[in-house]
Design a protein around this ligand. Structure first.
Ligand SMILES: [Zn+2]
Length: 150
């Protein structure tokens, strides 16, 4: 199939870097009159353009999903996040639950979020501190964000 080799393993068209993806997004916006976003492929180093709005379901990493929820809703109950967003209520997975905890700790360490300690009954609740930073995590993942800060 012509052009197929330009596609990423995830099925989306790949761009070599963020600048290339941004240029493509800007061109899309001119053609479709619709806002386009860019993000780094969760499976690799390629960049992609989202033509029709962002679908968080496409984000396979726990850190990106958590960052997305926090940026959208300003606060997240970690228990609820695992059950509702990652559907761990249906498919229990102790490793993924642990990953949620790790990601939350990392975000607190980066100053992206803070635990809600105001009310003791809301233990396990995370409050967004840096929405712009969280949106960056959605784009490039927690590891990418850490590398960018280094
Ligand atoms: Zn991809």
């Amino acid at each position: 199939m012509p052009g197929r080799r330009y596609n990423c393993a995830c099925g989306k068209k790949r761009y070599r870097d963020e600048a290339g993806a941004l240029a493509a997004a800007a061109a899309d916006e001119r053609v479709f009159q619709e806002a386009a976003g860019v993000y780094r492929c969760p499976g690799g180093l390629a960049w992609h353009v989202t033509a029709h709005g962002f679908t968080p379901e496409a984000l396979r990493s726990v850190g990106r999903r958590l960052a997305f929820e926090l940026a959208e809703h300003q606060e997240v109950d970690l228990e609820d996040f695992g059950t509702r967003v990652l559907r761990l209520g249906i498919r229990p997975d102790a490793r993924r639950r642990e990953r949620v905890r790790q990601c939350a700790e990392q975000m607190i360490g980066f100053g992206l979020a803070r635990p809600d300690t105001g009310r003791p009954e809301t233990a396990g609740r995370l409050v967004a501190e840096d929405v712009q930073g969280l949106r960056r995590v959605v784009q490039i993942g927690l590891d990418g964000y850490r590398d960018e800060r280094a």
